[in-house]
Write a protein that binds this ligand. Structure first.
Ligand code: BTN
Length: 264
């Protein structure tokens, strides 16, 4: 992977500028700085290795050389109301899910955005927002994909079982072609984010639907929500049916979902 080959592979997509790094701290960090400096809509930051890759809830994200995709797509135009910011990480998840389904590999999406193949996490998504006062100035959709098995961290480094695209497809995978396919689906879904089909497709792929789940707030000591997972709202909130028969809405944020029966 290099800047020239990326430009060639992505030439048919609305990606006006690409910043590629062999090694960088975090593509999301670069993207946020670039947004402030005037990056155009659709600009892309990609790296072979990240030395300080960020995950959700302040976690680290490991990106090993030659084995993964780490990229951040900058979105600046037609940013809808902040109330629907929670739809940007499922945007990435839906795109990835499409790519697997094109290969007849079934996927599920663990709310809000973890793409699971055969119950194992294959990619992570971290959306970060650049604000100017109370106005959204730009969004970076940061996606890390375990492309080949070497990208998968050791079991003791994992909070959730993980796998790679190549392991699940049963063949080696070209990272640049995979990136082009994922981006193509992101642009497809981006144009439909506030249409019912977005929520319906997400919900149809939602992991643990109808099952008992526990959602842990990121803050230590805070009480977890438990209930039956019903689905998602059009804003991206999770709908849980509590033991008291009342429906609860949980907003995407520093939360972590797991099935009650599993030990991870
Ligand atoms: C998670 O599952 O916790 C989200 C991981 C997101 C990782 C990607 S890799 C590209 C982008 N740059 C970062 O620093 N993080 C995201």
């Amino acid at each position: 992977m290099n800047a020239d080959s990326l430009r060639t592979v992505l030439s048919g997509l609305p990606v006006p500028e690409i910043h590629y790094y062999d090694t960088i701290d975090s593509t999301n960090e670069v993207a946020l700085i670039w947004i402030a400096a005037g990056a155009p809509d659709g600009a892309l930051v990609a790296a072979d290795v990240q030395t300080a890759g960020r995950g959700r809830i302040g976690r680290r994200w490991i990106t090993r050389p030659g084995a993964a995709l780490a990229f951040s797509l900058i979105l600046k135009d037609n940013i809808p109301d902040p109330a629907v910011l929670g739809l940007y990480s499922p945007l990435g998840a839906l795109a990835l899910a499409d790519v697997f389904e094109q290969e007849q590999v079934p996927v599920s999406i663990k709310w809000p955005n973890d793409v699971l193949v055969h119950g194992r996490k294959v990619a992570g998504i971290l959306v970060e927002t650049a604000w100017k006062g109370d106005r959204i100035f730009g969004i970076t959709v940061g996606i890390g994909i375990n492309v080949s098995p070497e990208a998968v961290p050791a079991p003791e480094e994992l909070l959730y079982p993980a796998t790679s695209v190549a392991s699940e497809l049963g063949r080696p995978v070209d990272r640049e072609i995979l990136l082009a396919r994922v981006l193509e689906r992101i642009f497809f879904w981006r144009a439909r984010m506030v249409e019912p089909v977005f929520r319906q497709t997400w919900e149809a792929r939602l992991a643990f639907k109808g099952q008992s789940v526990e959602v842990n707030p990121g803050t230590p000591g805070a009480t977890a929500w438990t209930g039956t997972l019903l689905g998602v709202t059009e804003n991206g909130d999770l709908r849980l049916l509590g033991a008291d028969g009342m429906e609860q809405l949980i907003t995407v944020g520093d939360v972590r979902l797991r099935p009650v029966s599993a030990n991870h």
